[in-house]
Design a protein around this ligand. Structure first.
Ligand SMILES: [Zn+2]
Length: 311
């Protein structure tokens, strides 16, 4: 685990690149479906981050929530969204993981968050997700082994029990890349989440994105994002995901099922390996992990401590 008192540069906060969503083509079940997929992602993300905390250098409190903001929706869609979330203006709880700190503290869907550790999460900036992102960044400053507080918009105080986890937040997006990781946030689209009925396969996708964050791929790539270096990060994420899934109690072979079933690649680019190569790499990593752990000890994933240089 890492030292809790860190501050992230504001540039990183701005790099979270929000997307403004429209539900103009939405069916009547659109918002309930979004809320359901947020809950699925919250559960999978919470399980992966907390179960793997011992392997992660950067550890933050994992609240067991996904936050929402009506500003994420176009003005004409906000009334429909607020019916599902029972939320007004301000960042609110969009999903809660059963048994998580948010659940144990009494936070429920729609609760509006005014402050974390007494500090307001409502900057003047009007960006669609800036208030959510402020809350995410705030978590980086909290000791993950201690309890902490959330204040709702009525002034009620919630005491959050500690639940250390790998430092990543999660968001269901309504547009943009199907799945992405930017260092501190894992995003998947509603469309992709809906297309994956099996929670283990969803965990495979989320574990891959989480692995990008744990392996600091954004930082390690820097400005040299050549195809060969990007491909290497894809294989690294596939390989670490095998360990992350296993240690969170998921079947790592679900990643192979996902790729076999997912005929169209998530990203059509020279930077992303063909799925046959991905499947082969995942199969060999499962075998390597089983060999490394043949004595029954849960050895540390070797990629975390000694990733080969990107070239
Ligand atoms: Zn990737």
């Amino acid at each position: 685990m890492s030292h809790p008192a860190r501050s992230l540069p504001f540039a990183l906060l701005l790099a979270l690149s929000p997307t403004l969503a429209t539900a103009s083509d939405a069916r009547p079940d659109y918002y309930p479906t979004l809320a359901d997929q947020q809950t699925r992602l919250a559960i999978v993300g919470y399980r992966l981050t907390t179960a793997n905390a011992r392997w992660c250098d950067d550890v933050t409190p994992q609240p067991g929530w996904i936050l929402g903001d009506l500003r994420q929706f176009k003005p004409g869609d906000r009334a429909a969204a607020s019916k599902i979330y029972q939320a007004g203006d301000g960042p609110f709880i969009a999903a809660v993981v059963p048994g998580s700190p948010a659940d144990l503290a009494g936070l429920t869907r729609g609760t509006r968050i005014a402050a974390i550790e007494g500090e307001a999460v409502a900057p003047a900036d009007s960006g669609p997700t800036i208030r959510i992102d402020t809350a995410i960044v705030k978590l980086y400053t909290i000791d993950p082994t201690a309890s902490w507080t959330v204040t709702d918009n009525t002034g009620r105080l919630y005491r959050m029990p500690p639940a250390p986890g790998c430092a990543s937040a999660f968001r269901v997006e309504l547009g943009g890349a199907q799945a992405a990781a930017n260092g501190i946030l894992v995003r998947i689209t509603l469309k992709l989440a809906r297309s994956i009925a099996d929670d283990e396969e969803l965990a495979a996708v989320v574990a891959h994105e989480l692995a990008h964050n744990i392996l600091r791929h954004r930082d390690r790539l820097g400005t040299d994002r050549s195809a060969s270096r990007l491909r290497q990060t894809e294989f690294e994420a596939d390989r670490l995901a095998v360990w992350l899934m296993t240690d969170a109690g998921y079947d790592p072979a679900a990643a192979i099922r996902f790729w076999n079933r997912h005929e169209r690649p998530l990203v059509r680019a020279a930077s992303h390996p063909p799925r046959s190569e991905r499947i082969a790499a995942i199969e060999s990593e499962i075998a390597a992990m089983q060999a490394a752990r043949s004595d029954g000890a849960a050895t540390r994933p070797p990629l975390i401590d000694a990733p080969p240089p990107l070239e």
